[in-house]
Design a protein around this ligand. Structure first.
Ligand SMILES: Cc1cc2nc3c(=O)[nH]c(=O)nc-3n(C[C@H](O)[C@H](O)[C@H](O)COP(=O)(O)O)c2cc1C
Length: 331
């Protein structure tokens, strides 16, 4: 799929990359649930350089025919690592069909930041710029957009997003997404949506007002999107945790009348599970699906019993017997 520059700019709703959740089967549900653009979870650029694509293939896998436009997200520090990793992606028949390469500049996890990658790049903007400058011609030459996802800042109270965004804009990034928390905040506290206006103003005053800016952090409803839109002229919204257990949130935002039926939820859960078994085998899929299903069943009167039951499911036959029992919970 090739998105024209016009189409690329028009994308409104994004699924956030989430390690352990935003795999291809789940992203397909989001696509059917109204998302405009998907992103894979983070994969190490250096890992690809040293071990090739094969060990990370399950995380890198995209299929735009069934999930819509998608980006592959990489993390790392060294610009040459990124260059080689992207070259390998572009040389792969399946992966080269992605619409964009996204660089993770927001991961707060210690193991990642210690290597200078993820949100640590916000403390070294010159390195982040080097990465974008190195990748921009490669991506543009292959018809891929280059995007970056970062945070409000690195330290607890830091707000460096505007300068950081400007530096990336000058380096040639095609779209930015900001998680409105600092890295030190991890996922705690309320996201500070005021950051989007600060960034937008900075971009506008330096002639980059047209650069698509995606808002992220604690977005759970159409009302949240409107609130953010009233605060700043963002071009889209990225949703993470609120989509886990509710891939229909995108349709709900687009159409307030939209209501998902219990039958569809069960059918979708089963489809997602079966696709995971095809990808990962029965045992691994069963294990991973146990945590993926948790957000779907929380908040109901009998959730606890269902949660305990899920914790014991392993084999395909057990899962297939379990799904229909969810009808009682969902209606
Ligand atoms: C379980 C989990 C895994 C995540 N993995 C990634 C990741 O691989 N790459 C990334 O850029 N952000 C990752 N994030 C951050 C999300 O993309 C998003 O920025 C964050 O959850 C805030 O959005 P939300 O409030 O809508 O969830 C992850 C978040 C969670 C909860």
């Amino acid at each position: 799929m090739h998105l024209s520059a016009e189409e690329f700019k028009k994308q409104r709703l994004f699924l956030a990359p989430m390690a352990g959740y935003s795999n291809l089967p789940f992203r397909r549900l989001c696509h059917r649930g109204g998302v405009d653009f998907n992103t894979t979870e983070l994969v190490s650029a250096r890992g690809i350089v040293y071990n090739g694509l094969e060990p990370s293939l399950r995380y890198l896998l995209i299929d735009e025919d069934t999930e819509g436009p998608a980006a592959i997200q990489l993390f790392g520090y060294d610009a040459d690592d990124f260059y080689i990793a992207v070259q390998k992606i572009l040389d792969n028949t399946t992966l080269s069909r992605c619409s964009a390469i996204d660089i993770n500049m927001g991961c707060p996890v210690k193991k990642v930041c210690q290597t200078g990658a993820g949100s640590a790049l916000m403390q070294k903007p010159e390195q982040a710029v080097k990465i974008v400058r190195k990748l921009q011609p490669l991506c543009a030459g292959a018809g891929k957009y280059l995007t970056c996802k970062f945070r409000k800042g690195y330290l607890q109270e830091e707000n460096t997003a505007a300068e950081f965004a400007l530096a990336l804009a000058e380096a040639g990034v095609d779209r930015i997404c900001i998680h409105a928390r600092t890295a030190k905040q991890m996922y705690a506290g309320k996201a500070d949506w005021a950051v989007f206006a600060t960034v937008k103003n900075k971009l506008l005053t330096h002639g980059f007002g047209a650069l698509p800016l995606i808002a992220n952090g604690d977005i759970k409803s159409a009302a949240d999107c409107r609130t953010i839109q009233d605060m700043a002229e963002v071009s889209g919204f990225m949703i993470g945790r609120a989509a886990c257990g509710n891939p229909y949130i995108f349709a709900e935002i687009k159409n307030p009348e939209f209501k998902v039926t219990a039958e569809r939820k069960i059918d979708d859960l089963q489809t997602c599970y079966l696709e995971m078994t095809e990808m990962l085998g029965e045992i691994t899929a069963g294990k991973e699906f146990r945590s993926m299903i948790m957000p779907w069943i929380k908040g109901y009167a009998h959730s606890t019993a269902y949660r305990q039951l899920c914790g014991k499911l392993t084999y395909k036959s057990e899962w297939l017997n379990f799904f229909p029992t969810l009808l009682e919970l969902f209606i």
